[in-house]
Design a protein around this ligand. Sequence first.
Ligand SMILES: [Zn+2]
Length: 328
Amino acid sequence: MLTIVMYHYVRDLRRSRFPDIKGLTVEGFLGQLDYLQKHYCLVGMDRVIGACAGDAGLPTNAALLTFDDGYVDHYRTVFPILFDRMIPGAFFPPVNPVRHGRVLDVNKIHFILAASPDKRELMDHVIARLADFGDRGDVATMQDYVAKFARPSRHDPAEVVFVKRLLQVALPEDVRSTLIDELFRVRVSADEAAFSMELYTQEAEWRVMIGNGMHVGAHGAEHYWMDRLDPADQEREIGESVEFLRSIGANPDAGWVMCYPYGAYNHALVDLLRRRGCKVGLTTEVDVADMAGRDPLILPRLDTNDLPKTGSAPANAWTQKVLAAAHV
Ligand SMILES: [Zn+2]
């Protein structure tokens, strides 16, 4: 069995410019590593690729740490800690933020929310701007959107769900990006390139991490929902991702790994990946991966929040599942 843990932001949130960003604190990360090192055998991606190719099995309590989206946190905070503990991590940066100084829409939305303490005021701002697109046939009325999306979820109040849904998926593409860019410019930063440099790990830093035993794999170029792209666009995204890996000193010819943005994939994409020499694919399906009989191109992962964040915590249900299998 293989437990793959997924991380995004890992930072000293209280002392950061955006303490409202939903991320893991440094103490939480250290505590979770204590917990993982107590109960699991931490393995690197090379061993996972080998196991998927049938070279050698993994220990039942094998665990792999994965870090999505290429944040600067991964170089500045995570890398020194993993290096210190001699844990090999796997990292998945999208290409365009690094190559073109852009900030991904998904990240812009995170920071728009974090920079807006009054979420009702933000929701009203979005509603007011929607009125300007009211004559378009593909934009519904404000009342429709409010009725459909302004509902609290397990994690967020109604105002936050409303803003996220509209900006992430509900509005037509061009309206979404216009609104996102405008809100980001007004509320977060007028200089997207400078913000991007501060937010993401840069090429030279990826090279240092690869040189020190960390794995870097593909996460697309523009961080699209790749199941919604036609085959030609999937092909282009994958081509750019592999070329980027080559440019930062990874060796994709020896086999590479795809981490699906938003966990989204379809059969056409999986076929394409297989043809292009991809050995492992990571989804966001929440589970422990039973390697026997499992397609290595669609492996599930746990989120960091599915596991305890202190070394003294008792083994939780996910860990017990693994430990029980070890004793069969
Ligand atoms: Zn991502």
